[in-house]
Ligand binder design. Structure first.
Ligand code: IPM
Ligand code: MG
Length: 364
Protein backbone atom coordinates (compact mmCIF):
# COMPACT_ATOMS: atom_id res chain seq x y z
CA UNK A 1 0.00 0.00 0.00
CA UNK A 2 1.04 3.58 -0.59
CA UNK A 3 0.35 6.26 1.99
CA UNK A 4 1.16 9.93 2.17
CA UNK A 5 1.94 11.10 5.70
CA UNK A 6 2.08 14.79 6.57
CA UNK A 7 4.89 15.29 9.07
CA UNK A 8 5.00 18.10 11.60
CA UNK A 9 8.31 17.99 13.44
CA UNK A 10 7.74 21.28 15.26
CA UNK A 11 9.81 22.68 18.11
CA UNK A 12 11.87 21.52 21.09
CA UNK A 13 12.27 17.75 21.10
CA UNK A 14 9.69 17.45 18.28
CA UNK A 15 12.21 16.94 15.44
CA UNK A 16 14.15 14.32 17.44
CA UNK A 17 11.17 12.13 18.36
CA UNK A 18 9.55 12.38 14.93
CA UNK A 19 12.78 11.29 13.23
CA UNK A 20 12.71 8.09 15.31
CA UNK A 21 9.04 7.40 14.52
CA UNK A 22 9.83 7.76 10.80
CA UNK A 23 12.74 5.34 11.20
CA UNK A 24 10.27 2.82 12.61
CA UNK A 25 7.67 3.50 9.88
CA UNK A 26 10.37 2.93 7.26
CA UNK A 27 11.19 -0.39 8.91
CA UNK A 28 7.48 -1.28 8.63
CA UNK A 29 7.65 -0.46 4.90
CA UNK A 30 10.65 -2.73 4.41
CA UNK A 31 9.13 -5.61 6.32
CA UNK A 32 5.58 -5.41 4.91
CA UNK A 33 6.26 -4.03 1.44
CA UNK A 34 4.49 -0.68 1.81
CA UNK A 35 5.55 2.73 0.54
CA UNK A 36 5.11 5.71 2.83
CA UNK A 37 5.98 9.17 1.57
CA UNK A 38 6.43 12.12 3.91
CA UNK A 39 5.21 15.63 3.26
CA UNK A 40 6.99 18.12 5.54
CA UNK A 41 4.70 20.64 7.22
CA UNK A 42 6.07 23.73 8.96
CA UNK A 43 4.14 24.43 12.11
CA UNK A 44 4.78 25.92 15.52
CA UNK A 45 7.38 28.41 16.67
CA UNK A 46 9.69 27.37 13.84
CA UNK A 47 6.98 28.24 11.30
CA UNK A 48 6.37 31.55 13.04
CA UNK A 49 10.07 32.38 12.71
CA UNK A 50 10.06 31.37 9.03
CA UNK A 51 6.65 32.58 7.83
CA UNK A 52 5.40 34.94 10.58
CA UNK A 53 2.53 32.49 11.14
CA UNK A 54 2.73 29.31 13.23
CA UNK A 55 0.30 27.52 10.89
CA UNK A 56 0.27 29.05 7.41
CA UNK A 57 -2.96 28.12 5.52
CA UNK A 58 -0.97 26.20 2.88
CA UNK A 59 0.39 23.97 5.65
CA UNK A 60 -3.08 23.10 6.91
CA UNK A 61 -3.98 22.24 3.29
CA UNK A 62 -1.07 19.79 3.18
CA UNK A 63 -2.42 18.05 6.27
CA UNK A 64 -5.90 17.83 4.80
CA UNK A 65 -4.47 16.38 1.57
CA UNK A 66 -2.58 13.64 3.42
CA UNK A 67 -3.67 10.16 4.49
CA UNK A 68 -2.78 11.13 8.06
CA UNK A 69 -0.65 13.51 10.07
CA UNK A 70 2.26 12.63 12.35
CA UNK A 71 2.89 15.38 14.86
CA UNK A 72 5.84 15.84 17.23
CA UNK A 73 5.50 18.83 19.54
CA UNK A 74 5.33 22.61 19.28
CA UNK A 75 5.95 25.68 21.39
CA UNK A 76 8.68 26.87 23.73
CA UNK A 77 9.79 29.82 25.86
CA UNK A 78 10.98 31.74 22.81
CA UNK A 79 7.37 32.18 21.66
CA UNK A 80 5.65 32.46 25.06
CA UNK A 81 5.25 36.21 24.86
CA UNK A 82 3.54 36.26 21.48
CA UNK A 83 -0.06 37.50 21.57
CA UNK A 84 -2.57 34.72 22.40
CA UNK A 85 -3.71 34.13 18.83
CA UNK A 86 -0.12 33.82 17.53
CA UNK A 87 1.04 31.32 20.14
CA UNK A 88 1.97 27.94 18.66
CA UNK A 89 -0.45 26.16 21.02
CA UNK A 90 -3.30 28.08 19.47
CA UNK A 91 -2.33 26.66 16.12
CA UNK A 92 -2.47 23.14 17.38
CA UNK A 93 -6.08 23.95 18.18
CA UNK A 94 -6.54 25.41 14.68
CA UNK A 95 -5.05 22.24 13.20
CA UNK A 96 -7.33 19.99 15.25
CA UNK A 97 -10.40 22.07 14.38
CA UNK A 98 -9.34 22.41 10.72
CA UNK A 99 -9.03 18.62 10.46
CA UNK A 100 -12.33 18.15 12.31
CA UNK A 101 -10.76 15.63 14.68
CA UNK A 102 -13.20 15.78 17.57
CA UNK A 103 -12.29 12.45 19.14
CA UNK A 104 -9.00 12.15 21.00
CA UNK A 105 -8.08 8.73 22.28
CA UNK A 106 -5.42 8.56 25.01
CA UNK A 107 -4.58 5.12 26.37
CA UNK A 108 -3.28 4.71 29.92
CA UNK A 109 -1.80 1.26 30.05
CA UNK A 110 1.04 0.05 32.16
CA UNK A 111 3.73 -1.94 30.43
CA UNK A 112 4.58 -4.83 32.77
CA UNK A 113 8.29 -4.09 32.23
CA UNK A 114 7.74 -0.59 33.66
CA UNK A 115 5.56 -1.50 36.63
CA UNK A 116 8.23 -0.25 39.02
CA UNK A 117 8.30 3.15 37.26
CA UNK A 118 4.76 3.89 38.42
CA UNK A 119 4.62 6.24 41.41
CA UNK A 120 1.63 4.26 42.75
CA UNK A 121 1.93 1.58 45.42
CA UNK A 122 2.86 -1.85 43.99
CA UNK A 123 -0.39 -3.43 45.24
CA UNK A 124 -2.39 -0.75 43.40
CA UNK A 125 -0.38 -1.28 40.21
CA UNK A 126 -0.80 -5.06 40.55
CA UNK A 127 -4.57 -4.70 40.22
CA UNK A 128 -3.92 -3.51 36.65
CA UNK A 129 -3.92 -0.19 34.77
CA UNK A 130 -5.50 -0.38 31.33
CA UNK A 131 -7.96 2.30 30.38
CA UNK A 132 -8.59 4.83 27.65
CA UNK A 133 -9.52 8.46 27.95
CA UNK A 134 -11.78 9.57 25.12
CA UNK A 135 -11.41 13.33 25.15
CA UNK A 136 -13.63 15.73 23.17
CA UNK A 137 -11.06 17.76 21.24
CA UNK A 138 -12.58 20.62 19.28
CA UNK A 139 -15.18 22.15 21.58
CA UNK A 140 -15.62 23.44 25.10
CA UNK A 141 -13.65 26.17 26.78
CA UNK A 142 -10.71 25.85 24.36
CA UNK A 143 -12.93 27.04 21.54
CA UNK A 144 -15.39 29.38 23.26
CA UNK A 145 -15.00 33.13 23.16
CA UNK A 146 -11.82 34.47 24.79
CA UNK A 147 -11.37 38.10 25.69
CA UNK A 148 -9.51 40.37 28.03
CA UNK A 149 -10.91 43.83 28.71
CA UNK A 150 -10.62 46.63 31.18
CA UNK A 151 -13.54 47.03 33.54
CA UNK A 152 -13.49 49.75 36.20
CA UNK A 153 -9.78 50.22 35.66
CA UNK A 154 -8.81 46.58 36.08
CA UNK A 155 -8.19 43.79 33.60
CA UNK A 156 -10.93 41.18 33.36
CA UNK A 157 -10.46 37.99 31.34
CA UNK A 158 -13.23 35.73 30.08
CA UNK A 159 -13.16 32.25 28.54
CA UNK A 160 -16.49 30.77 27.54
CA UNK A 161 -17.30 27.06 27.93
CA UNK A 162 -19.94 25.97 25.39
CA UNK A 163 -21.21 22.54 24.34
CA UNK A 164 -24.11 21.70 22.07
CA UNK A 165 -26.10 18.52 22.30
CA UNK A 166 -24.75 17.45 18.91
CA UNK A 167 -21.12 17.87 19.97
CA UNK A 168 -21.72 15.85 23.12
CA UNK A 169 -23.58 13.14 21.25
CA UNK A 170 -20.87 12.50 18.65
CA UNK A 171 -18.11 12.11 21.27
CA UNK A 172 -20.49 10.19 23.54
CA UNK A 173 -21.03 7.64 20.78
CA UNK A 174 -17.28 7.19 20.40
CA UNK A 175 -17.12 6.54 24.14
CA UNK A 176 -19.83 3.87 23.97
CA UNK A 177 -18.36 2.26 20.83
CA UNK A 178 -14.88 2.18 22.40
CA UNK A 179 -16.21 0.59 25.60
CA UNK A 180 -18.19 -1.94 23.59
CA UNK A 181 -14.96 -3.20 21.97
CA UNK A 182 -13.25 -3.48 25.37
CA UNK A 183 -14.60 -4.46 28.78
CA UNK A 184 -17.93 -2.69 28.32
CA UNK A 185 -17.53 -0.08 31.09
CA UNK A 186 -17.92 3.61 30.34
CA UNK A 187 -17.36 6.39 32.89
CA UNK A 188 -18.73 9.78 31.85
CA UNK A 189 -16.80 12.49 33.63
CA UNK A 190 -18.18 15.99 34.20
CA UNK A 191 -18.89 18.62 36.83
CA UNK A 192 -22.68 18.54 36.82
CA UNK A 193 -22.90 19.74 40.41
CA UNK A 194 -21.74 23.16 39.16
CA UNK A 195 -21.84 23.53 35.37
CA UNK A 196 -24.80 23.70 32.98
CA UNK A 197 -22.66 22.31 30.16
CA UNK A 198 -21.95 19.30 32.39
CA UNK A 199 -25.63 18.79 33.16
CA UNK A 200 -26.34 18.73 29.42
CA UNK A 201 -23.39 16.34 28.99
CA UNK A 202 -24.81 14.00 31.57
CA UNK A 203 -28.32 13.99 30.13
CA UNK A 204 -27.06 13.27 26.59
CA UNK A 205 -24.94 10.36 27.90
CA UNK A 206 -27.97 8.90 29.67
CA UNK A 207 -30.11 9.22 26.54
CA UNK A 208 -27.42 7.42 24.48
CA UNK A 209 -27.09 4.67 27.09
CA UNK A 210 -30.44 3.24 25.98
CA UNK A 211 -28.88 2.47 22.59
CA UNK A 212 -25.92 0.64 24.14
CA UNK A 213 -27.47 -1.80 26.61
CA UNK A 214 -24.29 -3.91 26.52
CA UNK A 215 -22.26 -1.00 27.97
CA UNK A 216 -22.42 -0.17 31.66
CA UNK A 217 -22.49 3.63 32.01
CA UNK A 218 -21.60 5.45 35.21
CA UNK A 219 -21.23 9.16 35.96
CA UNK A 220 -18.33 10.62 37.89
CA UNK A 221 -17.52 14.17 38.90
CA UNK A 222 -14.17 15.30 37.57
CA UNK A 223 -12.64 16.07 40.97
CA UNK A 224 -13.58 12.63 42.24
CA UNK A 225 -12.23 11.10 39.02
CA UNK A 226 -8.84 12.76 39.59
CA UNK A 227 -8.80 11.11 42.99
CA UNK A 228 -10.00 7.69 41.79
CA UNK A 229 -7.31 7.55 39.08
CA UNK A 230 -4.61 7.46 41.75
CA UNK A 231 -6.63 5.51 44.31
CA UNK A 232 -7.72 2.60 42.14
CA UNK A 233 -7.13 2.96 38.40
CA UNK A 234 -8.16 -0.66 37.82
CA UNK A 235 -11.82 0.42 38.09
CA UNK A 236 -11.64 2.25 34.73
CA UNK A 237 -12.12 0.85 31.24
CA UNK A 238 -13.15 3.87 29.14
CA UNK A 239 -13.51 7.45 30.38
CA UNK A 240 -15.33 9.91 28.15
CA UNK A 241 -15.03 13.59 28.95
CA UNK A 242 -14.95 17.13 27.64
CA UNK A 243 -11.90 18.90 26.28
CA UNK A 244 -10.29 20.56 29.30
CA UNK A 245 -11.11 17.82 31.81
CA UNK A 246 -9.60 15.34 29.33
CA UNK A 247 -6.46 17.44 29.01
CA UNK A 248 -5.91 17.43 32.75
CA UNK A 249 -6.92 13.84 33.49
CA UNK A 250 -4.81 12.44 30.64
CA UNK A 251 -1.62 13.94 32.09
CA UNK A 252 -2.48 12.41 35.44
CA UNK A 253 -3.30 9.06 33.85
CA UNK A 254 -0.04 9.01 31.91
CA UNK A 255 2.03 9.60 35.01
CA UNK A 256 0.66 6.60 36.90
CA UNK A 257 1.81 4.37 34.03
CA UNK A 258 5.41 5.47 34.57
CA UNK A 259 6.12 8.32 32.21
CA UNK A 260 4.27 10.76 29.99
CA UNK A 261 6.99 10.01 27.41
CA UNK A 262 5.40 6.63 26.70
CA UNK A 263 1.87 7.75 25.82
CA UNK A 264 0.59 8.19 22.27
CA UNK A 265 -2.71 9.61 21.14
CA UNK A 266 -4.94 9.50 18.11
CA UNK A 267 -7.39 12.17 17.02
CA UNK A 268 -10.07 11.30 14.52
CA UNK A 269 -13.18 12.85 13.07
CA UNK A 270 -15.49 11.46 10.45
CA UNK A 271 -12.79 10.50 7.91
CA UNK A 272 -9.81 8.15 8.12
CA UNK A 273 -7.33 11.07 8.03
CA UNK A 274 -6.22 11.33 11.64
CA UNK A 275 -3.76 13.31 13.71
CA UNK A 276 -1.27 11.24 15.68
CA UNK A 277 0.93 12.68 18.41
CA UNK A 278 2.53 11.86 21.73
CA UNK A 279 0.65 13.53 24.58
CA UNK A 280 3.72 15.26 25.99
CA UNK A 281 4.91 18.69 24.93
CA UNK A 282 8.05 20.09 23.32
CA UNK A 283 10.25 19.84 26.47
CA UNK A 284 12.57 22.71 25.41
CA UNK A 285 14.81 22.07 28.44
CA UNK A 286 16.04 18.78 26.97
CA UNK A 287 15.82 19.64 23.24
CA UNK A 288 18.79 18.66 21.10
CA UNK A 289 20.38 16.53 23.83
CA UNK A 290 19.35 13.14 22.43
CA UNK A 291 17.74 12.16 25.74
CA UNK A 292 14.03 12.48 24.90
CA UNK A 293 11.97 9.30 24.85
CA UNK A 294 10.66 8.69 21.31
CA UNK A 295 8.34 5.82 22.34
CA UNK A 296 5.19 7.98 22.70
CA UNK A 297 5.62 9.13 19.10
CA UNK A 298 6.52 5.65 17.86
CA UNK A 299 3.36 4.28 19.48
CA UNK A 300 1.39 7.15 17.93
CA UNK A 301 2.68 5.96 14.54
CA UNK A 302 1.44 2.47 15.47
CA UNK A 303 -2.00 3.94 16.18
CA UNK A 304 -1.90 5.57 12.74
CA UNK A 305 -1.24 2.18 11.17
CA UNK A 306 -4.10 0.62 13.13
CA UNK A 307 -6.81 3.28 13.01
CA UNK A 308 -6.20 5.20 9.77
CA UNK A 309 -4.44 2.70 7.50
CA UNK A 310 -6.22 -0.44 8.66
CA UNK A 311 -2.90 -2.24 9.12
CA UNK A 312 -3.35 -4.18 12.37
CA UNK A 313 -0.45 -6.61 11.76
CA UNK A 314 1.90 -3.69 11.13
CA UNK A 315 0.65 -1.90 14.27
CA UNK A 316 1.16 -5.07 16.30
CA UNK A 317 4.69 -5.34 14.89
CA UNK A 318 5.55 -1.86 16.18
CA UNK A 319 3.97 -2.41 19.60
CA UNK A 320 5.72 -5.78 19.94
CA UNK A 321 9.01 -4.14 19.00
CA UNK A 322 8.54 -1.53 21.75
CA UNK A 323 7.74 -4.32 24.17
CA UNK A 324 10.85 -6.27 23.13
CA UNK A 325 13.06 -3.21 23.60
CA UNK A 326 11.69 -2.77 27.13
CA UNK A 327 12.02 -6.48 27.93
CA UNK A 328 15.65 -6.38 26.82
CA UNK A 329 16.25 -3.58 29.30
CA UNK A 330 16.65 -0.60 26.95
CA UNK A 331 15.51 2.59 28.69
CA UNK A 332 15.51 6.29 27.96
CA UNK A 333 16.29 8.57 30.90
CA UNK A 334 12.63 9.14 31.86
CA UNK A 335 11.97 5.42 32.41
CA UNK A 336 15.38 4.42 33.78
CA UNK A 337 15.07 3.02 37.32
CA UNK A 338 17.00 5.17 39.78
CA UNK A 339 18.77 2.21 41.33
CA UNK A 340 20.17 1.35 37.90
CA UNK A 341 19.35 -2.25 38.79
CA UNK A 342 16.98 -4.59 36.98
CA UNK A 343 19.44 -5.12 34.13
CA UNK A 344 18.40 -1.87 32.50
CA UNK A 345 20.65 0.13 30.24
CA UNK A 346 20.15 3.83 29.59
CA UNK A 347 20.18 4.85 25.92
CA UNK A 348 19.41 8.00 23.98
CA UNK A 349 16.55 8.93 21.69
CA UNK A 350 18.33 7.87 18.48
CA UNK A 351 19.48 4.54 19.81
CA UNK A 352 15.98 3.75 21.08
CA UNK A 353 14.64 4.45 17.57
CA UNK A 354 17.35 2.32 15.96
CA UNK A 355 16.67 -0.58 18.28
CA UNK A 356 12.89 -0.50 17.88
CA UNK A 357 13.23 -0.24 14.08
CA UNK A 358 15.55 -3.25 14.12
CA UNK A 359 13.06 -5.30 16.16
CA UNK A 360 10.31 -4.33 13.70
CA UNK A 361 12.40 -5.40 10.75
CA UNK A 362 13.42 -8.74 12.16
CA UNK A 363 9.96 -9.44 13.63
CA UNK A 364 9.52 -10.16 17.35
C1 IPM B 1 -2.34 18.31 24.92
C2 IPM B 1 -1.66 19.64 25.14
C3 IPM B 1 -2.40 20.71 24.37
C4 IPM B 1 -3.83 20.74 24.89
C5 IPM B 1 -1.78 22.12 24.41
C6 IPM B 1 -0.35 22.10 23.92
C7 IPM B 1 -2.59 23.12 23.65
O1 IPM B 1 -1.59 19.93 26.49
O2 IPM B 1 -2.41 17.87 23.77
O3 IPM B 1 -2.78 17.72 25.90
O4 IPM B 1 -4.10 21.39 25.92
O5 IPM B 1 -4.69 20.13 24.27
MG1 MG C 1 -2.23 18.34 27.76
Amino acid sequence: MEKKIAVIRGDGIGPEIVAEAIKVLDAVCRRFGHTFTYDEVDMGGCAYDKWGDPLPPAMLEKCLASDSVLFGAIGGPKWNDLPGDKRPEKDLLRLRAGMGVYSNNRPAKIWPQLASASPLRPDTVARGIDFIIVRELIGGIYFGEHRTETVDGQAVATDVLVYSEKEIERIGRIGFETARKRRGKLTSVEKSNVLDSSRLWRSVMHRLAAEYPDVELSDMLVDNCAMQIVKDPSQFDVIVTENMFGDILSDEASMITGSIGMIPSSSLGDTSCGLYEPIHGSAPDIAGMDIANPIGTILAAAMMLRFSFDMPAEADAVENAVSAALTDGWRCADIMPESGAENCRKIGCREMGDRIAAYVEKGV
